[in-house]
Design a protein around this ligand. Sequence first.
Ligand code: GLU
Length: 292
Amino acid sequence: MRFKRVAAVAAAATLALGMAACGGDDSDEGTGAGSKSFAAGSTMERLNKAQKIKVGTKFDQPGFGQKGLSGKPEGFDVEIAKIIVKELGIPEDKIEYVETPSKVREDVIVNGTVDLVAATYTINDKRKERIAFAGPYYEAGQNIMVRKDDTSITGPDSFKDGTKKVCSVTGSTPIEEIKKYVKDVATQVVPFDTYDKCRDALKSGQVDAVTTDNVILLGYIAKDEASFKMAGDNFTKEPYGIGVKKEDTDFRNFINDVLEKAMQDGRWKKAWDDTAGKFGATLGDAPTINRY
Ligand code: GLU
């Protein structure tokens, strides 16, 4: 009995120490080359020794990855990346952010332009043919944004009559999904490379709607409530993962461990509350990590 108590106290103390080491503050305590030990030859060891990392993210999506006044992107994806980077023992000011629009995400992972991608990146089997995903760390769903005064579009079925134009981004899951609903892809689906261009096209009347994940649209609506609104309910599930090289199972496992821990100790929730949570999106329960 006595032994159990001592063990429990010791375990609690270790946990407290561990949590202090993980931080939750903005200090770079616990960073620096050799500050953590990783398996020889692993990506974690290489990055820790180099004391720098390249992170692919979006630059135009409020709440997830949007370039702020600081010149650096801000948002939930960026905060998740920072949590991972800190656990690699690298200070966050040593992150080089690389803009990764939807279409280039697999390419920049495969060719090594970035070390990881955190960019509203839906986990799916097609993408898994080229890269691997840690996560999920969030589940979004596809939705539709229209101009505030529009009452004609109420969901994806509203495109079936062939009269309405909808914008989305090349290389994204929503642009493929919406093609199933329109009458004529060539005239109704307008592809751009970034979502801010779709938003501008909607505002100027070139298109009638923008479709992508609800949380991306909520960010745009929060920034311009006088112009935009959501047109209906989510009609897909978009679980977000961190993209890494397909063969790098150790790095994927490491990121999965970090995400799992962050979801339990409050860092995941704080990252949300500080970013996308301010735009009316809901966090929901922590998703179960898929260690495939
Ligand atoms: N989550 C979707 C995707 O990965 C849409 C958002 C995006 O394009 O980043 O394709």
